[in-house]
Design a protein. Structure first.
Length: 545
């Protein structure tokens, strides 16, 4: 507490800043580095205890990134030139070491106040400054306020009856104990089969006495293709890095591949099979974001991809009942409208005698009991450890839960109850000089994080530079521009198959949350071009000097 009440430095009360950033993950760190370099006085407020954002919180067993080296890192040469990964898909521990390296090179932490949870923030028009309050009562003022809280800042735990009565160990995937949980010889459960649940199950299968996966919807997971990387290979590849980092911003999802130029039925069935096999063997998201360009638009075409997926996965599962639950012949939803998880040997886990699956769509969880989980059919499944991998108040939750108040006195939480509204996926009307990134209405969940963050981050830096150059006190996006952007977000989604399915793209699992697209679905290159336009002529902004 004494440290937080310092008179100078990032923990000081009454800080007066150019820029206050919330979040010390990929986005916040990039902005601190970029703005500080240009002479702005910036501080990061971070709820956690170190850099790394999602990789500090998501330390559940098996947590591993789903973008391949070197997609998932900064394009900053000082950072990549001396950094070496051990594998092409690093785990959370290695990503934390990466952030230690980033700090060593860019000296980030000296301007970070950790364990600083923002509870109230409002822009004061007369002063032209944000007043931001933390949980422990500190106040900071800043001309610019940047929310870089990420898409997974607010975890979602279903309101299961009896949740507190469980006598064993129970944790949400994004709040796993730092010291881990010993599951050897234990009876364990995983609730949820998103990327977190799949990764936990894959890790626990070989370790536990008994593992039960509670599945509501099958995850249409695809092979990760994880392999070790040597220092030499990476050194050799680094001559191409500059070009690769430019290339990733020209690819739809900010990965190093884009959709094919072809539609599915441009190819014969034999050619389709060969193409899918090539993507499958490549591993990673190639089978999703490197496939035929009509896959996410044409249900008939999508079915061809689904059938290839199901054939390949079903071959890996011995038990017919488990096979039908994990990879049904009829698609639970079109392939790729929910983000597929990258797996290594997820499906093989279900060939182990100790691994079971319960279909909670047919037989829902009715309560958590002192001994375990009771399902509708009356069975009480007994456990020592339960992992709740039920996701987040996805994408919008970070912004709606930090006490943001508009200049009209309304709260963002109330305003966004029925629908999120932004302009360009970086600003919100009524919240002048506030920018957000890797959140609502950006490419976010449809993209590789660092690519999105750098595109949006550079735009924010350029906007702030332009404002300073032109002596602007504040900017506020207009209602009209906001409506037009919302229409654009909806249009890009409505022409695709995304609205067919409830998913993290369409607002997520949280009961009562609006069913609507919360990502820009037109891809990173189109997004970058659209937001650039507003820099030329202030299009869509009210300007106050
Ligand atoms: O969460 P999710 P996540 N009762 O929302 C189920 C990314 N990520 O933490 O599909 C029972 O995806 C829900 O079922 P359903 C990831 O890509 C990336 O896994 O709604 N079950 C679903 O199975 C994603 O964008 C990485 O029917 C309930 C699961 O819980 C985001 O983070 C690793 C339920 C939630 O899945 C979140 O992923 C981890 C209920 N009441 C995460 N409510 C990598 O980089 C929900 N579910 C590898």
């Amino acid at each position: 507490y004494a440290r937080r009440r310092a008179t100078t430095g990032p923990y000081a009360d009454n800080l007066n800043l150019d820029v206050l950033i919330v979040g010390a993950g990929f986005g916040g760190v990039f902005l601190l580095y970029s703005l500080r370099k240009r002479g702005f006085n910036c501080v990061i407020y971070e709820a956690g205890t170190d850099l790394g954002g999602t990789w500090r919180w998501n330390r559940y067993p098996g947590a591993r990134v789903d973008s391949e080296v070197p997609e998932y890192e900064y394009s900053i040469p000082e950072v990549w030139k001396d950094w070496t990964w051990t594998t092409n898909y690093p785990n959370y521990e290695e990503l934390r070491l990466y952030f230690d390296h980033v700090d060593k090179v860019l000296d980030i932490k000296k301007d970070c106040a950790f364990e600083s949870v923002v509870v109230d923030a409002q822009f004061h028009e007369s002063e032209g400054k944000w007043h931001v309050k933390t949980e422990d009562g500190r106040i900071a003022k800043a001309k610019y306020f940047i929310v870089a809280a990420g898409f997974a800042a607010k975890r979602y735990i279903p309101d299961f009856k009896g949740l507190d009565s469980f006598e064993g160990i129970i944790h949400h995937s994004s709040f796993w104990p730092e010291e881990g949980v010993n599951v050897h010889g234990k009876r364990c459960a995983v609730i949820g089969t998103g990327a977190s649940g799949v990764q936990i199950a894959q890790e626990w299968g070989p370790q536990t006495k008994q593992l039960t996966v509670f599945q509501r919807t099958p995850n249409l997971a695809v092979p990760m293709g994880k392999k070790p990387l040597t220092r030499e290979e990476q050194q050799n590849a680094k001559v191409h890095y500059k070009r690769l980092f430019e290339l990733r911003e020209r690819c739809f999802g900010g990965f190093l591949f884009s959709f094919s130029e072809k539609n599915t039925f441009d190819d014969s069935p034999e050619e389709q099979e060969a193409f899918f096999q090539e993507l499958w063997d490549h591993g990673g998201f190639a089978f999703w974001l490197g496939t035929y360009k009509d896959n996410l638009f044409n249900l008939k075409a999508n079915r061809v991809a689904y059938d290839f997926w199901a054939r390949n996965v079903r071959n890996r599962i011995g038990d017919p009942r488990k096979r039908d639950l994990l990879a049904p012949l009829e698609p639970p939803h079109p392939f790729g409208v929910k983000r597929p998880c990258l797996e290594q040997n997820y499906y093989e886990q279900f060939n182990r005698p100790n691994v079971e699956i319960v279909d909670i769509k047919q037989n829902p969880i009715v309560e958590i009991t002192p001994k375990g989980i009771r399902t509708e059919d009356g069975t009480e499944h007994e456990f020592d450890v339960i992992a709740v991998a039920t996701g987040f108040d996805i994408t919008t939750g970070g912004m709606t839960n930090m006490g943001l108040r508009s200049i009209h006195g309304t709260t963002l939480k109330e305003e966004w109850k029925s629908a999120a509204n932004t302009y360009l996926g970086t600003t919100v009307s009524g919240y002048p000089n506030m920018f957000h990134l890797y959140g609502p209405h950006g490419p976010t969940l449809l993209s590789n994080g660092p690519s999105s963050v750098e595109v949006q981050g550079r735009w924010i830096v350029d906007m702030i530079k332009k404002m300073e150059r032109e002596g602007v006190k504040y900017i506020d996006p207009t209602e009209e521009a906001t409506k037009a952007w919302k229409a654009r977000i909806n249009h890009l989604s409505d022409i695709s198959l995304f609205p067919t399915t409830k998913s993290t793209y369409m607002g997520g699992s949280l009961p009562g949350k609006a069913f609507e697209q919360v990502n820009y679905a037109g891809g990173i290159p189109a997004y970058a071009a659209e937001i650039r336009q507003a820099l030329d002529d202030w299009k869509g902004f009210r300007i106050v000097k």
